[in-house]
Design a binder for this molecule. Sequence first.
Ligand code: EPZ
Length: 422
Amino acid sequence: MDSILVRGNGPLSGQIPIAGAKNACLALMPATLLSEEPLTLTNAPRLSDIRTMTQLLASLGAEVTALQDGKVLATSCHGEINPVADYDIVRKMRASNLVLGPLLARLGHAVVSLPGGCAIGARPMDIHIDALTALGAEIELKEGYLHATARGGLKGAVHEMRFASVGATENFLMAAVLAKGTSVLKNAAREPEIVDLARCLRAMGAQIEGEGTSDITIQGVDRLHGATHPVVTDRIELGTYMLAPAICGGEVECLGGRIDLVASFCEKLDAAGISVEETARGIKVKRKNGGIRAVDVVTEPFPGFPTDLQAQMMALLCTAEGTSVLEERIFENRFMHAPELARMGARIEVHGGVAKVHGVARLKGARVMATDLRASVSLILAGLAAEGETVVSRVYHLDRGYERVEEKLRAVGAHIERVKGE
Ligand code: EPZ
């Protein structure tokens, strides 16, 4: 297994291009199941998770061709469709469950493996099941697979979700666009990835209103046509790289960055003593005068502070002046990076969903282990400012969500290299 070696190398300077969003692309690709005509996605990220989704869609009978060095995905699904999403693929990536809604809408039936738990939480699918059941689906769990049937097709309905789940909102949207009649989803997720999916579906001929708010209205149509859609910027990759100059000093411009995608995060950076400025090409970040100040953070659904930036924010606060309190409200087990940061000399107390970070003067390099995608990059960020050398192992987690991380950080002056595994 590969590992990544990082050595603290002082202030950073330069530009980092931000790619298209993994979490948008993983919802956009299954939309190809909704039409016989081609769907082309531009500004696509080049990540192992995208390759896994490509493998899954191919197993269902769709074609996905990566063009222009992988930045364009040409997808289509005009032949026979296999309704079974197999455990061997689904267990690799939870987002595979986003084929359930479109398969049900297109075929009237689907058999999708339950993904099982993951490092950051149990992550059940009850909210997805309730939402699709509201549209008239009958869903039964048999031998680890969800067997879903919509006799006579899906029917429009008004449904309120118990929690604003991102995935359940995406499955409901992709099911309701071909349902008979009107659907209203209440307490819907408001993430930019949901807005991006709704825009793509509208470009395919769907009738949707209210995306980005808690109430989304969908008027079902008989069929959808082809379209070309640019994947929205990755706000989590953006936030991650905005933290690099915050942690190491210097000034970095994140190309393609937009403040509206990361507003609550920028508020916390400002409170921590970090200057964030919108530019013609993106967002420029540097430290204000003085050190990093401690801040308290609570993770919430969008537009609140994103859970996917919690680990990276913790890396910053390890060397803040004072004590910061981070509360993780989305996932029940998302502090696995804390004991690894402690190996680098951080002082962190974790009690359930709350972590107290007592700032120290400087971290020290150490060998550490990545436990999940966002934890892996928080260890790299910490290593960029630590004294000496940090070696992060199990970086296959990282490759799921960050393209060319070494190249992007080296371009702004970081000392970082990949050590190839056996
Ligand atoms: C999406 O996951 C993202 N993944 C996650 O990013 C992100 O952390 C999460 O949204 C929250 O923002 C993708 O988009 C592929 P949820 P998703 O359904 O859709 C519970 C990353 O690092 N829940 O909003 O799975 C669930 O257990 C990943 O890129 C139920 O209880 O998130 C969790 O505690 C990690 N029952 C909470 O809701 C359900 O049926 C939020 O889950 C569904 C969810």
